[in-house]
Ligand binder design. Structure first.
Ligand SMILES: NC(=O)c1ccc[n+]([C@@H]2O[C@H](COP(=O)([O-])OP(=O)(O)OC[C@H]3O[C@@H](n4cnc5c(N)ncnc54)[C@H](OP(=O)(O)O)[C@@H]3O)[C@@H](O)[C@H]2O)c1
Length: 315
């Protein structure tokens, strides 16, 4: 297979590997779990709602009756929940990959807080920053990988997280785009720091293009769009894809043995298509701004990634 070729419907055999996915109860997170489980991986579906987790688990089993899956409560807007889930994962053992997908995609109209921080930033960014730091040890033990989920919106709107809590100038769209810029910046900054400390974990970023539920097959309890949503989403068919297809880039970043730390994956035609190497928006590649953001996340979460300790244990 040529270097940039990848068949998302024919993944490598992932038997014996374990992956954790946040926001696994619907959308891209659910379909990532389905695809990973179909390739033989053990998949840890995480989410904030126990009922939705049961429905998602049942749905994966309907598609892959022999799937090796378990569920775990994890609310990324709540650092206590993140710490508790991470402790459970560390106790359970092997972890080859972490897919940080959970997110608020329709932010509240006015600014809200979670744990003292702007809610979209807390949910999409801070929770994942803390989770990845808390799971660095098992990831390094497996010489594993973490994937952060960005968005093509970061190339179209220049909302950088210079004021992450949006004390001034909150708008729902700004909160969303800056959270996706932040995840991309943290992915690249994590990769720089992991390499600098010789920690055997890769950090990548992926984006799903424009993926809508109305262009995705119906799944009981997981994807049940209204007829109006189906109608509207189908009007946009020329430049959108289903969430199952959107998950392809995320899963490739997580499992392609040739993918490298610091790289990005997204659909070939930007908004849709087969998963290919992509280029992060120029502003998200600013290492100075990213280092500032890293320190802000450390302060906000009280989590310092244990690079030195992990390097000593892994070497
Ligand atoms: N769809 C796109 O075109 C697109 C484009 C660019 C980037 N993305 C990114 O891809 C990711 C998934 O998007 P999607 O389209 O699949 O969205 P979605 O269908 O709305 O699914 C979002 C998932 O995140 C979960 N979630 C939300 N808040 C959470 C919290 N506090 N703790 C834990 N889980 C939480 C939801 O759980 P519940 O079921 O409990 O609500 C749900 O499972 C997001 O990070 C989004 O920014 C999507």
């Amino acid at each position: 297979m040529a270097r940039d070729e990848w068949d998302p419907r024919n993944l490598p055999d992932l038997t014996g590997r374990a992956y954790l996915v946040t926001g696994a109860t619907r959308g891209l997170g659910y379909f990532s779990c389905e695809q990973l489980a179909g390739a033989g991986a053990h998949v840890l579906l995480t989410g904030r709602n126990p009922n939705r987790l049961v429905l998602a688990k049942e749905a994966v089993r309907r598609t892959h009756p022999d799937a090796s899956i378990e569920t775990l409560l994890l609310d990324t807007s709540n650092l206590g929940s993140v710490r508790a889930a991470a402790a459970t994962v560390r106790a359970r053992g092997r972890l080859d990959g972490l897919l940080m997908n959970a997110g608020i995609v329709h932010p509240p109209k006015t600014r809200e807080l979670a744990g003292g921080h702007e809610k979209v930033f807390a949910t999409n960014v801070l929770g994942h920053f803390a989770l990845a730091g808390e799971l660095l040890t098992p990831l390094a033990a497996a010489r594993g990988r973490m994937v952060w989920v960005g968005s093509m919106a970061t190339s179209l709107w220049k909302h950088l997280p210079t004021d992450p809590d949006l004390v001034e100038g909150y708008t729902p769209w700004r909160a969303y785009v800056q959270s996706k810029a932040a995840t991309t910046m943290l992915a690249l900054e994590a990769d720089r720091r992991l390499k600098a400390h010789s920690v055997p974990v890769e950090s990548l970023v992926a984006h799903p293009g424009y993926s809508t539920s109305g262009r995705t097959r119906g799944i009981r309890g997981v994807n049940e769009p209204t007829r109006l949503t189906r109608f509207v989403d189908n009007l946009q068919a020329a430049f959108t894809q289903g969430k199952d297809e959107g998950a392809w880039a995320l899963v490739r970043a997580l499992t392609d043995p040739r993918a490298e730390g610091g790289s990005m994956y997204g659909p070939a035609q930007l908004a849709r298509g087969l998963p290919r190497r992509a280029t992060p928006a120029r502003l998200t590649r600013d290492s100075g701004l990213s280092a500032d953001l890293w320190r802000a996340c450390e302060t906000a979460t009280h989590v310092r990634w244990p690079f030195e300790r992990v390097r000593r244990v892994a070497s």
